[in-house]
Ligand binder design. Structure first.
Ligand code: ATP
Ligand code: MG
Length: 208
């Protein structure tokens, strides 16, 4: 099987995440996409709500897609979760499968700031998706990229791994914007699934 893994804080999950996962799925012929909400960091970042809420919202958002699953590997951990460790565990869980780590270009360019980035970059192949406000071709500035094919949609990494680059339907939605709208008491309709919207209001999340 070919499995995509989409990590994130999903604080909250929105149509940008869902569409990125869906386009990665059918363009790269993935059998499944595993959504992987991050756990609770020891020093709680401002605005980051509890992992159990972020996990439940991701479950609600993905329930209608048979190709999407949500993993609780990171949220069950009490210690800080590092992507490199999580991918190592997923490799052990799915020893026979082809794994791809899906991320937006903003997140891919941030990898040098993550824990053990060199290990991470040699562990798995990548699917890097476009995101409004970021230049996809900035991938050429990444310290991990060695060369590109002539169409600029597949990159060879110095680690020996590959990165597939996808221009996706541009959706300029972010969790940061959704949280700001909620703080300002404004509508968040049509930015995320209705079930997630209802959950946010029922549990009074992201209030001022
Ligand atoms: P925040 O504003 O809190 O950082 P976010 O909207 O960036 O939230 P994350 O949970 O940080 O969401 O993102 C998880 C992954 O999804 C990242 O790899 C990110 O690049 C990607 N992603 C998020 N929103 C979009 C979008 N609108 N289009 C493409 N990729 C996206
Ligand atoms: Mg983000």
């Amino acid at each position: 099987m070919k499995l995509g893994i989409l990590g994130g804080t999903f604080n909250p999950v929105h149509f940008g995440h869902l569409r990125a996962a869906e386009e990665a799925r059918f363009r790269v012929n993935l059998d499944k996409v595993i959504f992987m909400p991050s756990g609770n960091p020891p020093l709680k970042a401002l605005d980051l709500i509890d992992a159990s809420h972020r996990y439940t919202m991701t479950r609600l958002a993905t329930a209608s897609n048979v190709n999407f699953v949500v993993s609780d590997i990171e949220i069950r951990q009490t210690e800080k979760s590092y992507t490199a460790n999580t991918l190592q565990r997923l490799r052990e869980i799915y020893p026979e499968d082809e794994l791809f780590f899906i991320l937006g270009i903003d997140a891919f360019l941030d990898i040098p700031n993550w824990w053990q980035p060199e290990a991470l970059i040699s562990m798995i192949d990548f699917i890097v998706v476009a995101r409004p406000g970021f230049d996809l071709m900035d991938i050429l500035k990444s310290p991990y990229v060695q060369s590109a094919d002539s169409e600029l949609n597949q990159f060879q990494l110095k680690s020996g791994r590959k990165a597939f680059v996808l221009q996706m339907t541009p959706l300029g939605v972010s969790s940061t914007d959704i949280r700001r709208l909620l703080r300002e008491g404004k509508s968040i309709k049509y930015l995320l699934p209705e079930k997630v919207e209802e959950y946010i209001y029922t549990h009074n999340l992201y209030h001022p």
